[in-house]
Design a protein around this ligand. Sequence first.
Ligand code: NAP
Length: 284
Amino acid sequence: MKAGMIGIGAMGLGIANNIAQAGLLEIVFNRTKNKADMLAAELNLKSADSPQQLAEQVNLVLICVSADEDVLQMVTAIAETINPGSIVVDLSTISGETAIKAATILSEKQVYFLDAPVSGGVEGAKNGTLAMMVGGDEIVLEKVRPVLQALAGRIVYMGRTSSGQATKAVNQIMAAGINQAVTEALAFGQAQGLAMDKVIDVISGGAAGNWFLQHRGTTMTEGTFEPGFKLALHHKDLKICKTMSQKVKVSTALVDKTLADYEKLMELGFGDEDISALYRLKQN
Ligand code: NAP
């Protein structure tokens, strides 16, 4: 398969690197072109001037951009030139409804679409160990699995188009709770005057240990909040989760609290910080 990648952001950079290392990536596109140019020069790839130019040269397009409207813009653009029979895999976190819209636009061009959001952070993207949840046609997934294995350690087929995104919404609700728990508990520990490196070390080995504590615990207690995962992006995800929860009448207490906290932080200008910046609100 000839693969092209759209979106060389925090996640896309590691993902593109891993597909290229596996010898499966031909061409990259990024809206801010110099990021794609730099990566292309480093990895000996082509850098496309437009998504249309990328799509006409490959039969597999991977997308990793910010939000729903960005995915739809990219899908609409590639639909102009993409070859029939090609496959588009969207790794972004968006709503299931948008995934269905993207699949519909592409099916009119005889192109297959998989919604394949990922979890595992920028570390997982860099190390090729992401967890991927996939919606769409299972036969199509099997065709592209050898490429996806270059970026994900776990690939699980979830069902029809949008079920990958619904699974990712489960992950994002859980991530909100973990963020609330870890930031509040560590702010408490710091206020007790404890040695936070020891707190993080010992708790990581017990029942409350988790990925977020291990990867963001030290930086948050040191007061640095480099993304990582931008708070404004998790806010976007939780808005999707809230709408989905309301439709099926499931509690949104945790989602509501985290949305309100993130909105406070965004108003203060911290939207581009990592989600661990929630720590800022726990220290008062
Ligand atoms: P990011 O660092 O902010 O990168 C966003 C990427 O999307 C950039 O390449 C950006 O291009 C591109 N983009 C945004 N709007 C666009 C548009 N209208 N047209 C074309 N390109 C556009 O974000 P990220 O952390 O890589 O996240 C990307 C996706 O992965 C999001 O859906 C996010 O929710 C999801 N995700 C993130 C993480 C994480 O830990 N960071 C984990 C799992 C999933 P420019 O360079 O021009 O801005």
